[in-house]
Write a protein that binds this ligand. Structure first.
Ligand code: IMP
Length: 436
């Protein structure tokens, strides 16, 4: 397996940063193919801690990082992240290539994101307010500024001018009075562009050439399957495609190049922002899981909503990406519970349902059908071997595997690299490139 995707199987925040980091030393290149700095990937080892938003997590391991054309790029956020990593002693050096075709997030996109959320009132999506949705709208509307254009001052000025005029009018209609001028925007873009100039190139061609000559690639998913623009709980979703289908277009490689997908699943569920969440816990247990799991957004610091594991969500995600294995994270956060329900299906208007309905208003009315599993009431934090897990915890893992239809290649028992139970016998693991 030379090309592998690691993806989120719920509503994001499954622990993909840790999982990508665990696998990164088996791959030559780690690439982001969608989303923007709305993502938050945490990597911890020893006493070190990195929170990444745009840079592929593999750069922490000194791997070649690629930001593909499917990503929307906030230059200020990218440079801040590079500076923070370098201050922490991780040099990016030559290990970063940014697609010349990626779209640039402009201040207008951030203002529009905020204005739309304000206007929506109670129906707001609860976006990260990073301008992600409006930036993808510009891409689809064929008005986006691409990275390559940053180095063509004459066309850049004309195109930003046109965007400023159009979105300026729209923003004013929406009550936004302080809209930056095109000159202000260009004045900020210029120095940022100079700083990334040496990293910009045709990443699609680069990846296709490297793959042809035998290089290995890990595609790093952001967010999660239920935030996918098509398959998620629309309209309470992000504006990119999060499942394996987007790897090809987001990196400009052939769909057949992807050999396998690994889905990351938290042992329970969380969601940040608005939208339906069938297994949500609103009372004390929800608050308990939030505190125990430190469920506060890596990107925005917002408290995450918490709930029981939803097997329909996870199985759908496995199917959408054709995942041949899963990684189960945060098992230790369930250590103290007496019993742990998992939802195996739903009822809607009294009828059994084993798939998610198309409309968010119907997803919001789903009644989960729970199976209650016994808790193990003993600490599993930091365990590294499956046999060390209490039998009730092993039973819980097996129940998740059965419910989603894929084996767990690893089980995470704490945030650090070291706090991981590997399942060396799983075919997914034996098929991966060796560590190097
Ligand atoms: P946007 O991506 O900022 O437009 O936000 C749309 C929805 O996706 C909101 O509910 C966000 O909270 C959610 N979202 C976006 N990125 C992430 C993520 O990486 N983790 C969890 N939620 C996310």
């Amino acid at each position: 397996m030379k090309v592998v995707a690691v993806l989120g199987g719920q509503w994001g925040d499954e622990g993909k940063g840790k999982v990508v980091d665990l696998f990164a030393n088996r791959f030559d290149i780690v690439a982001r193919y969608h989303g923007g700095h709305n993502a938050g990937h945490t990597v911890k080892f020893g006493n070190r801690h990195f929170a990444l938003h745009l840079l592929p997590a593999g750069v922490v391991r000194g791997r070649m990082g690629v930001i593909g054309p499917g990503v929307v790029l906030d230059l200020d956020a990218l440079l801040k992240e590079i500076d923070e990593l370098e201050a922490a002693g991780v040099s990016i050096g030559e290990n970063l290539m940014i697609s010349d075709r990626a779209a640039v997030i402009l201040p207008y996109h951030r203002l529009l994101d905020a204005a739309r959320e304000r206007a929506a009132g109670d129906a707001k999506i609860g976006t990260t307010l990073r301008g992600i949705g409006p930036a993808y709208e510009s891409v689809a509307a064929r008005r986006a500024i691409r990275v390559a254009e940053l180095f063509r001052p004459a066309t850049l000025a004309a195109r930003v001018g046109a965007i400023a005029e159009e979105t300026g009018k729209l923003l004013q209609c929406m009550g936004e009075t302080t809209v930056p001028t095109a000159d202000d925007v260009i004045a900020n873009l210029g120095p940022c562009a100079e700083r990334i100039r040496g990293h910009v190139g045709d990443t699609g061609r680069y990846l296709r050439t490297r793959l042809k000559s035998g290089a290995t690639l890990l595609a790093e998913g952001a967010h999660g399957a239920m935030l996918d623009l098509t398959s998620g709980t629309y309209p309470f979703v992000t504006s990119s495609h999060c499942s394996a289908g987007a790897v090809a277009t987001g990196l400009e490689i052939a769909p057949g190049a992807l050999d396998a997908s690994l889905l990351v699943l938290k042992a329970y569920s969380t969601r940040v922002g608005a939208g339906p969440f069938p297994t949500e816990l609103r009372e004390d247990t929800g608050e308990y899981l939030r505190k125990r799991g430190n469920e506060y957004g890596t990107s925005t610091g917002r408290p995450r909503r918490t709930g029981w594991f939803d097997a329909v969500v996870a199985r759908t995600a496995v199917e959408l990406s054709g995942a041949s294995a899963v990684a189960i994270t945060k098992l230790d956060c369930l250590d103290e519970l007496d019993e742990i329900p998992i939802s195996l299906g739903y009822k809607l208007d009294g009828q059994p349902l084993s798939a998610l309905p198309a409309l968010a208003e119907d997803v919001a009315r789903l009644e989960p059908e729970y199976e209650k599993l016994p808790g193990w009431k003993t600490t599993t934090t930091g365990l590294t071997r499956y046999e060390q897990l209490p039998s009730a915890a092993q039973r819980y893992v097996r129940a998740l595997e059965d419910a989603v239809g894929a084996p767990a290649v690893l089980i995470s028992t704490g945030p650090r690299r070291e706090e991981t139970i590997w399942r060396p016998e799983t075919p997914f693991l034996t098929g991966l490139p060796p560590e190097s």
